[in-house]
Design a binder for this molecule. Structure first.
Ligand code: CP
Length: 271
């Protein structure tokens, strides 16, 4: 237990469900000595008509100096950052389909533990890339550190409409997995997919589920990742999720260390 953040109040405000991000930020903050408020939104005065912005300003007035926020609308998080005092820190813990920066940091760190040179890696991402803030933040982060070969393996309805020309889209999973160093599976984000597209995805697992047989197309030392939550049997089989190439729980474990590092770094420059 360290005391770098002793006396600091950190407020977790999660407007969407979370297991990994919420709890790892809480563990990270407590390991650094902070007091953590896990604000219950269902019993807060939001239910009485208070705005999110008033709620945050009130918590700030009570002494909270760091807000860790997840919201279905990235713009709400951006607007909130404008409303807070300049000394207050806001960490985006997942905004809409757009951003999940701390997940990108932990994913990069986890890859670097196994494959230190990002430049020549072939990274295959399978699943709902269009609606995935994890995918968006990951691609933007890894391309700052190197020029990996990124392949998106998904039906066209799940591929982002605007893509950098260094990224390829491959509809056939076996073709897309050939020679891959890293495979990242992503769940179908049912909450962000319209009904018509959802109806067209009934064969998704037959065509795109990562099975042991399909994984044979990747390099022998391939690593398999998933940010969670997994939908077992949809984008990833049990055998792969729990298999020897899987580093999924290592990602989760690294999430605590990365969020400790992030809080410590931010405390040294701001709160
Ligand atoms: N990776 C991730 O964001 O998981 P949670 O939704 O459980 O936080």
């Amino acid at each position: 237990m360290l005391n770098t953040l002793s006396g600091k109040i950190i407020a977790n405000l999660f407007f969407e469900p979370s297991t990994r991000t919420l709890n790892s930020f809480e563990i990270a903050a407590k390991r650094l000595g902070a007091f953590v408020l896990n604000t219950r939104l269902d019993t807060s005065s939001l239910a009485k008509g208070e705005t999110v912005f008033d709620m945050v300003k009130n918590l700030e007035a009570m002494g909270a100096s760091v807000f860790i926020i997840r919201h279905s609308n990235q713009k709400v998080i951006e607007e909130m950052s404008q409303q807070l005092n300049p000394q207050t820190t806001l960490i985006n813990a997942g905004g809409g389909e757009e951003e999940h920066p701390s997940q990108a940091l932990l994913d990069l760190f986890t890859i670097s533990c196994h494959k230190p040179h990002f430049h020549h890696l072939t990274i295959a991402m399978i699943g709902d890339i269009r609606h995935s803030r994890v995918a968006h933040s990951f691609i933007s982060a890894i391309t700052k550190f190197g020029k990996p070969n990124i392949r998106l393996i998904a039906p066209l309805s799940l591929v982002p409409s605007h893509l950098n020309n260094t990224i390829s889209v491959i509809n056939n999973i076996e073709e897309g997995l050939k020679g891959a160093d890293v495979v990242i599976c992503l769940r179908l984000q049912k909450e962000r997919i319209d009904e018509k597209t959802w109806a067209s995805l009934q064969d998704f697992s037959a065509d795109y589920c990562l099975t042991e047989e399909r994984l044979q197309y990747a390099k022998p030392d391939v690593i398999v990742m998933h940010p969670g939550p997994m939908n077992r049997g949809v984008e990833i089989s049990n055998a792969v999720a729990d298999g020897k190439q899987s580093i999924i729980l290592e990602q989760v474990n690294n999430g605590v260390a990365i969020r400790m590092a992030l809080l410590e770094l931010l405390s040294s420059v701001s709160f």
